[in-house]
Design a protein around this ligand. Structure first.
Ligand SMILES: *[C@@H]1O[C@H](CO)[C@@H](O)[C@H](O)[C@H]1NC(C)=O
Ligand SMILES: *[C@@H]1O[C@H](CO)[C@@H](O)[C@H](O)[C@H]1NC(C)=O
Length: 263
């Protein structure tokens, strides 16, 4: 009995911790039949029911069907170990996306100031912060190719060690995807080609990037857009969205700075 207790407790603590992070009511994910990660709860009627979030999903599907305009496309050109990139991704991009995912899309291109050289049919890469950064860029690239990786990348970038945390982050957010499958992409031709595509996307930037994090909004980069994105992406996305604005855009307060009070 003793040996069983610790893991069970750990799972409970983890569940409570994950839920408290976004102020979700405790009924969320309380059902043991809910096996999918939060990003997929609304993907089908069955999983919505199993995960106890049917009402939420129907409402958010309703909001989506009301949507009249194109979402605001936010792209981030970055490097996995660049401190400014990590700060923007963790403190600004993800919190904004959590609130505004119905009116924005995110594209992540991990490459930045890396340099590629052709080597036969393949490429070799040199990264600004060394080989570990190349590895981090590659893991994130392969994850994005295999799953909806935004939360896994957030988890990695907010951890003390971006690379070492990768496997646990995957296990938390997408236990169905095997780490071995990700690593065979990382080490193989597939990852090499995907990273080459990141290099080409980065080289195609107009104007060319001068630093990272480098942000484009609807494919466009200006100093003004960059500044606004860095200081308040939330306000920028709300103001650029041309359709009916979601309620969270309403006030002047940035809602994710509010508190969860104990009653
Ligand atoms: C929400 O919409 C998607 C796409 O239109 C659909 O596949 C899904 O079943 C809907 N979910 C619910 C809970 O109605
Ligand atoms: C993953 O990469 C392969 C090429 O290796 C490509 O054909 C496929 O479209 C990519 N999938 C996604 C979701 O990016």
């Amino acid at each position: 009995m003793r040996t069983m207790k610790a893991p069970v407790l750990l799972v409970l603590v983890l569940t409570v911790w994950l839920n408290s992070g976004d102020c979700a009511p405790s009924s969320f994910s309380s059902s043991s039949s809910c096996s999918s990660p939060p990003s997929q709860w609304c993907s089908s009627l069955d999983s919505a029911v199993q995960c106890g979030v049917l009402k939420h999903c129907l409402e958010s599907n309703f909001t989506r069907s009301r949507q009249t305009a194109d979402p605001v496309a936010v792209a981030l050109y970055y490097e996995s170990l660049c401190p400014g990139c990590r700060m923007f991704l963790v403190n600004t991009l993800l919190p904004t996306w959590v609130l505004l995912h119905e009116i924005m899309t995110i594209t992540l291109v991990p490459y930045g100031n890396a340099v590629e050289k052709p080597d036969g049919q393949k490429y070799t890469f040199e990264c600004q912060h060394g080989e570990q950064e190349c590895l981090g860029n590659m893991i994130e690239t392969c994850l994005m190719n295999k799953t909806n990786a935004i939360q896994i990348i957030y988890c990695m970038e907010s951890s003390y060690d971006v690379i070492k945390s990768a496997q646990s982050c995957l296990e938390i957010y997408n236990p169905d995807l095997k780490w071995d499958e990700v690593m065979s992409c990382v080490k193989g031709d597939e990852g090499n080609q995907l990273m080459h595509q990141n290099a080409m996307k980065t080289k195609a930037l107009n104007p060319p990037h001068k630093y990272v994090p480098w942000i484009t909004i609807n494919g466009e980069h200006t100093e003004d857009l960059q500044d606004k994105a860095m200081t308040s992406l939330f306000t920028l996305v709300c103001s650029m969205y041309k359709g009916d604005k979601p309620a969270v855009c309403g006030g002047t307060q940035r809602v994710y700075k509010s508190y969860c009070h104990n009653e």
